[in-house]
Write a protein that binds this ligand. Structure first.
Ligand code: GLY
Ligand code: MN
Ligand code: MN
Length: 470
């Protein structure tokens, strides 16, 4: 919580002002609300969690505001495990699964209620709706989420009263909830693993949201191409702002810091300063994703020739990455080991690097030793969903050592990055970075490329840029 305000211009509140503030407010309670679209899906997700932990109380907090300075908060983003199990985005709350004698659980949510007008908190307090906007009432939230909602201010006492019940909590999300329960660190870790694991296979509603995220992202990339000449006159920031406008208009925000990397910045995996020049003749690596208002994100990369056409050496690198991506995508199908797409793409890149003489062969040996990583440091993809690197805490056996199943959504994103100071490659290769990243849904018989709305091959990219940039 923010520290109390210092140096405010008002010294106090007169009795008369206090009384004036409290009276004359209409009852704005909304009645007759129906459960939201997501409510039945969230109920099924909770049932799956319940089955894993019979007889135990589970506490999944949503999280609190964090402060940039004084009373200026960072935008709030709830813990993804809470969002998945509730469809809710409120702060300062928690989902509780309370064990029943039959082995199942009763679910309810703790939430901040609406402000009472009985005291001055409603206009002076840190959670004051008058400053931050109206919250749904507990009854309104309960109706929309399809979950009973209770006042969070009673949570510590309620949980203490049931302290004999074996309990697990997701740690690191809300210190107040953590202080209210007594739990074991290792068993809490198992709860977090389970929550991450439950998100590996997306349900139909989530797949719909991911499609929306990707479709908005396709429009955002098109915006950026349409504004390339303005970026050339300005900087990478113009690209960042252009994509952000689309993300805020159609979604909640960007799902991660956009990487708008022109020229040699494209060789920096997580370049988010985005303050460099955009020069014709260079490449622009744009890695960005719109996050929907329901908090599902896309994660797409295209590498574009700023002038509209690739140079010969840029095209050689681009084609190698494209081939690797084709090899990786071909390995995405149900029943395939998760690692197969990574291995196929990395082998393809290794073969090119050996053929170019940048890595010593033979290919099998180079690959076994991981020598290609000098030019391609990252893994070839990851699960995608509420988090850009979704399901990151899932059990290794279920994730990287597991197999692909219908409903999983993952990125395939090989890249080659020749650092500007790399003396082991010819000068004209230095400072070139290429990544192509798409979002794939594993289907019953293979995969669907959700981001196929954006061109991928070098020829298609050039033709698209000519069309869009004019
Ligand atoms: N944008 C982060 C990633 O591609 O994993
Ligand atoms: Mn990615
Ligand atoms: Mn990305």
């Amino acid at each position: 919580m923010a520290k109390g305000r210092k140096n405010g211009l008002y010294e106090g509140v007169s009795e008369e002002l206090s009384a004036l503030m409290r009276r004359g407010w209409a009852d704005t309670e909304r009645h007759g609300l129906e459960p939201g679209e997501q409510a039945p899906y969230a109920a099924r997700r909770r049932a799956a969690l319940s089955a894993l932990f019979p007889g135990e109380r589970l506490v999944v907090p949503s999280g609190n505001l964090t402060y940039r300075s004084n009373d200026d908060a960072h935008p709030f983003r709830p813990y993804s495990g809470y969002v998945h199990l509730t469809g809710d985005r409120a702060r300062d709350g928690a989902l509780v699964l309370e064990p029943r004698a039959d082995g199942g659980h009763d679910a309810y949510c703790y939430q901040l209620p609406r402000d009472s007008r009985e005291d001055d908190e409603f206009w002076l307090g840190y959670t004051a709706e008058l400053w931050t906007g109206r919250r749904p009432s507990l009854a309104e939230s309960g109706a929309v989420l399809g979950l009973p909602c209770r006042d969070v201010r009673t949570a510590a006492d309620d949980l203490a009263a049931g302290s004999g019940v074996p309990t697990r909590i997701v740690r690191g999300v809300d210190p107040a909830f953590e202080a209210a329960v007594t739990t074991d660190e290792e068993r809490d870790e198992e709860l977090e693993e389970a929550l991450s694991g439950l998100r590996l296979v997306k349900d139909a509603w989530e797949i719909g949201e991911l499609r929306k995220a990707v479709d908005s992202t396709v429009r955002g990339f098109t915006d950026c191409v349409a504004e390339l000449s303005r970026a050339v006159a300005s900087s990478e920031r113009w690209i960042e702002g252009t994509f952000f406008r689309r993300a805020r208009l159609e979604g909640n925000s960007v799902g991660y810091g956009s990487i708008c990397a022109a020229g040699e910045h494209a060789t920096i995996m997580h370049w988010t300063d985005n303050d460099g020049p955009v020069r014709p003749g260079d490449l622009l690596l744009l890695d960005a994703g719109v996050e929907t208002r329901t908090l599902y994100t896309a994660d797409v990369t295209r590498t574009l020739p700023i002038s509209g056409t690739f140079t010969a050496v840029q095209r050689r690198v681009y084609d190698a990455v494209y081939e690797a991506q084709e090899a990786g995508m071909a390995a995405v199908r149900p029943g395939a080991p998760y690692r197969a797409f990574h291995e196929a793409a990395q082998r393809s890149l290794t073969a090119r690097l050996v053929a170019w003489g940048f890595v010593e062969g033979p290919v099998d040996r180079a690959y076994a030793l991981g020598l290609q990583r000098r030019f391609t440091m990252a893994g070839t993809g990851h699960m995608l969903g509420l988090d850009v690197h979704d399901c990151a805490r899932a059990r290794t056996e279920e994730y990287v050592d597991g197999v692909l199943a219908p409903g999983m959504v993952l990125t395939v994103e090989p890249g080659l990055y020749f650092q500007p100071d790399d003396l082991t490659v010819p000068e004209e290769w230095r400072g070139i970075g290429v990544r192509i990243e798409d979002d794939l849904l594993v289907t019953e018989d293979g995969h669907e490329n959700l981001s196929a709305g954006l061109p991928r091959s070098a020829d298609e990219v050039e033709a698209w840029m000519a069309r869009v940039a004019g």
